[in-house]
Design a protein around this ligand. Sequence first.
Ligand code: SAM
Ligand code: GLN
Length: 282
Amino acid sequence: MTASPVSHRVTTVADALTGASKRIAAVSDSPGLDAELLLAQILKLRRAQLPIRGADVLSASSAQAFEALVARRCQGEPVAYLRGSKGFWTLDLEVTPAVLVPRPETELLVEWALQCVHDVAQPALVDLGTGSGAIGLSLASERGDAQILATDRSASALAVARANASRLNLSVEFQRGDWYAACAGRRFELVVSNPPYVAGDDRHLDALRAEPREALTPEGDGLSALRAIIAGAPGHLKAGGRLLVEHGADQGAAVRALFEAAGFTAIETRRDLAGLERASGG
Ligand code: SAM
Ligand code: GLN
């Protein structure tokens, strides 16, 4: 009989992904994707390159760095903060805990905004509560002729948005201030906003605790930011100008009533791929 060789414990890419995915499943609906995005970050690969590397052995330092990110993910930190970036529209945006992680649903608002100003040359647009710059920068990337203002009350969010604009070489004006205070005396073809709209006592907020609370909720019933944005819009729209806002799936009727109260006609609500009411405009 021959003695079996002493085996050293090695971790392959495939093993690391399987193990991490099982642990991340406790906190995420997309554990396999999360594990891949984190490992790709460590290995400086694109996620699509991982499958052909399945049998590669991880170096001790990569294994350790991956373990650190997986542990943080299991504590509830979003993948986007751990990677420092998030894909939105066609852009790769820098994100930090100072900004909301841009959501895919918000791309619906970008698409709708582009349709609204399709036939307008050099439209003046404003993105209220720009966060990472997601909406304003996406519009700038599609409409090089537009004059785009993006505002936020948070100085640290604006710093992230400005850094994104300069890295992506997109021209957007940034102003700090409370909703329309940041665009006093100005009128636009289009006002667009994804404001905080989660109710202050919504249990969902606990799962989102890594993100800035002021980006998620205006407190109370969740409608006060939408109320201020909708009520103030007529004073900042040019003739024929439009306002588009994102809102919660259960806020469609309340938001349409706010549009009506502000004198809007032709109020429209759009649904996301899951059939949920997500954005309204007038
Ligand atoms: N537009 C980004 C996006 O879609 O990913 C961020 C949206 S986040 C839901 C809302 C943003 O509104 C946050 O960046 C927050 O700082 C900003 N905000 C909250 N209250 C505000 C206020 N009173 N005036 C201006 N901005 C405000
Ligand atoms: N869509 C976010 C969420 O519930 C909320 C963002 C917002 O308040 N605008 O995950």
